[in-house]
Design a protein around this ligand. Structure first.
Ligand code: MZP
Length: 499
């Protein structure tokens, strides 16, 4: 007879934290959110730690290079989506690793033959005020000039006029040579009272811009996550089919950490993939998953996984539970897997970090996941809402949304994530295509979410994630007390709520 677990599997909304005693030291400014990303032996340090317990989901609509840079600035790690050609994934990794704070590759470029109308349309699309004019209209072409709003009068200059007739040409520009330090570049900007300094290479090709407005930017990011060469840390998703080709390209591009992207990780394919990476690239950590049971965890830990991802069917865009009838309430899954992780640590002296993946809706779900034993959380819907995610921003009836689609949707066509051998195709959908409310810049949102996490940790008497995991008291709540937890029995004036 099948094994039947009669206890229901619970999710985050069914739990609350009961405050512990807080002494005068328990203030949010003293909380550290540093957390291990990769496994370590008792008494040793992990190869990679993060400064905040957040990583971004391995999804086409979430984790591109722009989000990776923005999240590394905050102290977390992005896993670049793997459902794309090897070359383009490697290029994204390379873009993150070669990103130099303060040196910005130009996103708005035209040829001299473009019209003012085209320039204005481009500026509206990219929101940038400086457009580079290059020999081939790309950000790597020879720099011929720039166009800013100082070069034309809106509503006065003829829209059909050509760029070459209104741009500020190269011979009238102050430029920096590639290799210039950020300090020197800023000196030139101040000396010449300019707003932007193009940086050009030996053959006159455009490399970057340095902008006056970015002068103080680095002070905004005290938690940025850097490797030993002061480059941003970045991860990448891989699958269990083409890893022999994909992993070498990602490693060459400079990837710091890999993660197998799969809806179900308790499989022979994951074990083979981990073994291959460990044999060929012993210095590159690799995470695996997803599992929802202690047995699944132990299988992946024994196979050599550097962290294990937990969660099946809880993602906001996921319909796996409806389609296939597999999964487990996310809170119960985390609690059960963390028990197995702690047992493993006691037995083997190896601590394997746990990532809670999917189903985080409210900010306090992050704190709950950590209190239940997770070391960090993976978020899809959360990051998809920001400027830096790769998906389209659309206006529907006056409100802005961003597109967000599951990797198991027909739109994503990521059959490798659901691969069970056999035909290389997605036979049925396990995810949906959707919109999420647009929420602005990643920085502002992450800061606010983590303020809430720190505040709750202080209520629980914890200044570190380890202390929270050790000392937190969690209680299951009844369905009526969930109603009591929101505003109730009043007529709210403004339904806009801050979550
Ligand atoms: P969420 O943060 O949007 O709730 O969930 C994101 C997670 O959902 C991803 O990290 C991944 O594990 C999972 N996911 C991605 N696509 C699908 C799908 O199409 C999915 N079913 O379940």
């Amino acid at each position: 007879m099948a094994k039947i677990i009669n206890e229901p599997a619970h999710t985050f909304n069914e739990y609350l934290l009961i405050p512990n005693y807080s002494d005068e030291n328990n203030i949010p400014s003293k909380v550290s959110l540093v957390t291990p990303l990769t496994k370590f032996k008792k008494g040793q340090m992990p190869k990679i730690s993060m400064n905040i317990p957040m990583v971004s989901a391995i999804m086409q609509s979430v984790s591109g290079d722009r989000l990776a840079i923005a999240l590394a600035k905050e102290g977390g790690v992005t896993f670049i989506f793997g459902a794309q050609p090897i070359e383009s994934e490697a290029m994204m990794v390379k873009n993150v690793k070669s990103y130099k704070a303060g040196f910005v590759p130009s996103d708005s470029n035209v040829k001299v033959t473009a019209t003012l109308e085209e320039v204005i349309a481009l500026k509206e699309k990219t929101n940038h005020s400086t457009v580079a004019v290059t020999s081939d209209g790309t950000n790597k072409g020879k720099l011929l000039g720039i166009i800013t709003s100082r070069d034309y009068r809106p509503n006065k200059t003829n829209l059909n006029v050509k760029v070459k007739d209104i741009m500020t040409p190269l011979n009238k520009l102050i430029v920096g040579k590639d290799g210039i330090s950020l300090n020197k570049a800023n000196d030139l900007i101040w000396e010449h009272k300019i707003n932007q300094l193009p940086i050009i290479g030996k053959k006159g090709e455009l490399k970057y811009f340095v902008f006056r407005k970015d002068y103080d930017e680095h002070k905004k990011y005290p938690n940025e996550l850097l490797d030993e060469k002061k480059r941003y840390v970045v991860g990448a998703g891989i699958n269990t089919r083409d890893y022999e080709q994909r992993v070498p390209a990602l490693v060459k591009a400079g990837v710091d950490v890999l993660c197998i992207d799969s809806s179900e990780g308790f499989t022979e394919w994951q074990k083979k993939t981990i073994h291959w990476v460990k044999k060929n690239y012993p210095n590159i950590p690799i995470g695996a998953g997803n599992v929802v049971s202690g047995e699944g965890f132990r299988f992946l830990a024994d196979a050599g996984a550097d962290f294990v991802k937990v969660g099946i069917g809880g993602g906001s865009i996921c319909i796996t539970r409806e389609t296939k009838g597999i999964g487990r309430g996310q809170a119960t899954a985390i609690i059960e897997v963390c028990k197995a992780r702690d047992k493993y640590y006691k037995e083997k002296g190896v601590y394997v970090p746990i990532c809670s993946d999917g189903g985080i809706v409210l900010d306090h779900h992050i704190t709950l996941a950590l209190a239940m034993g997770a070391d960090f959380v993976m978020l899809g819907r959360y990051f998809a809402r920001f400027d830096e995610s790769p998906s389209n921003k659309v206006n529907i009836n006056g409100t802005f949304y961003k597109e967000y689609w599951g990797e198991g949707s027909a739109r994503a066509r990521n059959w490798q994530r659901y691969d069970l051998g056999g035909e290389q195709t997605l036979k049925f959908e396990e995810g949906v295509d959707s919109y999420v409310p647009y929420a602005g810049a990643l920085h502002d949102n992450v800061i606010m979410s983590l303020e809430k996490v720190k505040s709750t940790m202080c209520n629980c008497g914890a200044l570190t994630i380890k202390e929270l995991q050790k000392n937190a008291t969690l209680t299951l709540v009844s369905s009526t007390s969930i109603v009591e937890g929101g505003a109730h029995d009043v007529i709210q004036k403004d339904k806009t709520s801050f979550k």
